[in-house]
Each structure stands twice: as structure tokens, then as C-alpha cells.
Design a protein around this ligand. Structure first.
Ligand SMILES: Cc1cc2nc3c(=O)[nH]c(=O)nc-3n(C[C@H](O)[C@H](O)[C@H](O)COP(=O)(O)OP(=O)(O)OC[C@H]3O[C@@H](n4cnc5c(N)ncnc54)[C@H](O)[C@@H]3O)c2cc1C
Length: 379
């Protein structure tokens, strides 16, 4: 018997799952319900597009209608799901009741809101969707100086991208060095140096406390009293899985929507994947995990129960001024840094007491040597 599939969301997780499932099931009905316009795009491009002068239209790969034709799907754009009724196998969206047989939550994550005082706190931008990028792109037309809040992965990438496009950038970062949870201090220092050569000015171990507007500019007050005058404030301090909808269905949540290795929630016939899902205590808001999840879930939904098994997943930080490639050691593993500093490269291995390689960070020219290190990790 044919069993229909309903997916909430139209991000990379949703569309990859739909594509993978269609490879296995070409006839069962597929519905995709999304709060946004349903345009397919590559989110990682958002933090590397400005220096390449990519407009929002250039980043859009296919519109909702094209995606519907490609996937033989009924796509409902601009449709926010507000309630899931498990007993009735139905959901509420835009005042309609829609039935489902099997439901997948691919609802992603929201950006964390910086807790700022001041009359311009609501004018701080964040960039987590193509719509956000459109607003950002527009705002940059009247901008000279930009202040970025956050020096993690996305903050570093935006800093590099904007500075490469010629904007002076100040980064306010609470940590001791950028990417401090991923790379050793010496690599962080080199990142700061490389980006400062492009025009990025760091305020480390600092937090923004308030933001006020004066005519067309903003003034940001930091926790040491320093005031930065700037034209645009962009926050990149982190993400938080969207879980509110799941709770309407009684789905168990922790930091994200809790799933087992088959991406099943605690409610029969409801699954979750992507930035919103928490598997084995881990949130993995990256492309490679969601691709692995989508392939496994497509197989499971097509009648071939397949657990998620992650391969070794390198992270490539999109900072051309200071290339970084890394693999994070398994959660809860114990390791120490073994660092080899060369004139234009750092090789930092994370090894356990038996000298086994668990993860690594390669920077500068070493970043290109990723394949050999991945081979070592896999062996
Ligand atoms: C700037 C930036 C750069 C990045 N760079 C990289 C990179 O280089 N490498 C990498 O691996 N990862 C990167 N990432 C992370 C990666 O892009 C994400 O992990 C991935 O795109 C998440 O996809 P998703 O489908 O889970 O979520 P999303 O893309 O957030 O999609 C969620 C979807 O759900 C819909 N939705 C939510 N709630 C509802 C509702 N109630 N009703 C209807 N629809 C709803 C939304 O409209 C949206 O369509 C980057 C992220 C950002 C923000």
C-alpha cells in the first residue's frame, strides 16, 4: 500500500530527503509545507557570497514551482505549521487542517538573540536564510563599517567575506580567540593576524551590552565601557533548534528534537532531521550530517530500515585569508593537542593516551593536506 510523506521545511535537510526518497519511491504522494518561499539554495554560500558579488537572486537555485515539478511534490510555500495533532494525524497551517500519514520535521534552527539593551537592539541583523541575506545585501548598500557579534565559525566566515569585499569590520567575541572550541590558541592568534591584514579589528574577551541608534549610525557599548560607532550590526553568536512545533505534538525534546538512530521521534510516524534534530546527545548543524541523515531516513521511509552512521566529517572553514580544515574528536573522548607549527602552516593533531589520532586541525597551506589526514583517521 502506498504511504504518503509530508515534510515540514524546505531547507537542505527537507529537499535532500525529498530527493533521496524520490529515488526509491516515484509514485507515493509527497507534500512539503514551508514557512518560507520554498526556494532551494545552498545556505553555506550565505557567508561566502558577498566578496563574490553574488546577489540573492544568483544564490537561488530553483523556485518552489520548479522544485515541485522536479520532486513530483505538492509544495505549500508561505505556510507556517502551528500545531500537530497526533491522534488525528493532522496539522494546522494558515487556518487549514492538513492530514498526514508520515510526518518529517525538517524545521531547522533559529539564530540566538544577543541579549542587548538599547533602542536599536531590534535592528541587529542575523543571516540564517536567503530572505535574511536579501535584507543584509540591501543594508550593505548604505554601509561603511560593520560590527559582527560572534567569532565562531559563521562569524569568522562573514568577517573574511566582508573584509575581502572592502568593508572595515569589527568583531566582538566573548572567547579568548576565534573558533576557540575548535582550534588551538596558536591557530586562533594566526586567524586574528590574517584577518586583521584584511581590515578586521578584533575585540576578544568582550561582550556587547547595548546598542543605540544615532541618525544613520549605531553605537555599541561593550562590557568594558568601550563604545564602537558602526553602520550595521550583525549577530552570529549561535543557533538554537526550533522545537516549539514539536512540543505541540508531545514530541520529546532536549536541546533539539530527540530522535533515535532511525531518526524516529518518540511519536510513531513522526521523524526529524537536520539542524533541529538531536541524535545521541549531539546537535550537528552542518551539511554533511544532514546529508547522511537524509539518505538513511529516505531508505527507512521506503521500507528499508537504515540507522544513521556518520562517516568522518571534516569541517572546512570558509576563510580564504586563513584556510582551516578540521575534524572534531568524538564527543566525550579524552585527547591532547600535538602541535607542529611551520612558517605557513599549523598541523594540530588531537591524540588519545595511546597516541591514536581522534581529530585534527590543519591551517594555512596544511589545510590542503586534508585527504592524507582523513585517511589516517579512517584507518
Ligand atoms: C551563514 C551560514 C553558513 C554556513 N556554512 C556552512 C558550511 O560551510 N558548511 C556546513 O557544513 N554547514 C554550514 N552551515 C550550516 C548549514 O547550512 C545548515 O546545517 C543547514 O543548511 C541546515 O538545514 P536545515 O534544512 O536543517 O534547516 P533550515 O535551512 O533552517 O530549514 C528549515 C526550514 O523549515 C522551515 N520551517 C521552520 N519552522 C516551520 C514551521 N513551523 N512551519 C513551516 N515551515 C517551517 C523554514 O522555513 C525552512 O524552510 C552554515 C549556516 C549558515 C547560517
Amino acid at each position: 500500500m502506498q504511504q504518503s510523506l509530508t515534510i515540514i521545511g524546505s531547507g537542505m535537510a527537507a529537499y535532500t530527503l525529498a530527493r533521496e526518497w524520490r529515488k526509491r519511491d516515484t509514485t507515493s504522494p509527497l507534500t512539503i509545507i514551508t514557512a518560507d518561499d520554498g526556494v532551494s539554495y545552498s545556505k553555506p554560500m550565505l557567508s561566502a557570497a558577498f566578496a563574490q558579488q553574488k546577489t540573492p537572486a544568483m544564490l537561488a537555485q530553483a523556485g518552489a514551482e520548479q522544485m515541485a515539478a522536479q520532486l513530483q511534490a505538492n509544495i505549500l510555500p508561505h505556510t507556517q505549521v502551528t500545531q500537530i495533532d497526533v491522534a488525528q494525524h493532522s496539522l494546522q497551517a494558515n487556518g487549514q487542517t492538513i492530514s498526514w500519514q508520515r510526518l518529517v520535521l525538517a524545521t531547522g534552527a533559529d539564530t540566538l538573540n544577543p541579549q542587548l539593551a538599547g533602542d536599536a537592539a531590534g535592528r541587529v541583523l542575523s543571516v540564517n536564510s536567503l530572505q535574511d541575506y536579501t535584507r543584509f545585501h540591501e543594508a550593505l548598500k548604505n554601509t561603511r563599517h560593520i560590527t559582527l557579534l560572534g567569532g565562531g565559525l559563521i562569524g569568522c566566515e562573514f568577517a573574511n567575506d566582508l573584509a575581502a569585499a572592502g568593508y572595515p569590520v569589527t568583531v566582538v567575541h566573548a572567547g579568548n580567540w576565534p573558533l576557540e572550541r575548535m582550534i588551538p590558541e596558536v591557530a586562533g592568534e594566526q586567524m586574528v593576524y590574517a584577518l586583521s591584514q584584511l581590515g578586521v579589528d578584533y575585540r576578544l574577551q568582550r561582550r556587547a551590552k547595548s546598542v543605540h541608534q544615532h541618525a544613520n549610525q549605531f553605537s555599541i557599548t561593550l562590557d568594558n565601557g568601550e563604545v564602537i560607532t558602526t553602520d550595521l550590526v550583525v549577530s552570529a553568536i549561535g543557533l538554537k533548534p526550533r522545537t516549539a512545533l514539536a512540543t505541540t505534538a508531545g514530541i520529546a525534546i532536549n536541546r533539539g528534537i530527540l530522535v533515535d538512530e532511525h531518526l524516529r521521534t518518540n511519536i510513531p510516524d513522526i521523524y526529524a532531521l537536520g539542524d533541529g534534530a538531536e541524535l545521541n546527545g549531539q546537535l550537528l548543524p552542518f551539511v554533511q550530517p544532514l546529508l547522511t541523515q537524509a539518505r538513511a531516513l529516505a531508505a527507512t521511509l521506503a521500507g528499508d530500515p537504515t540507522p544513521v552512521r556518520y562517516p568522518v566529517m571534516p569541517v572546512i572553514v570558509k576563510t580564504p585569508a586563513y584556510p582551516v580544515t578540521l575534524v572534531t574528536p568524538p564527543a566525550n573522548s579524552e585527547w591532547q593537542w600535538h602541535i607542529d607549527i611551520q612558517p605557513n602552516a599549523i598541523y594540530a593533531a588531537q591524540r588519545d593516551v595511546d597516541n591514536r589520532l581522534l581529530g585534527f586541525v590543519l591551517t594555512g597551506s596544511a589545510a590542503a593536506e586534508r585527504a592524507g589526514w582523513l585517511k589516517q583517521l579512517n584507518s
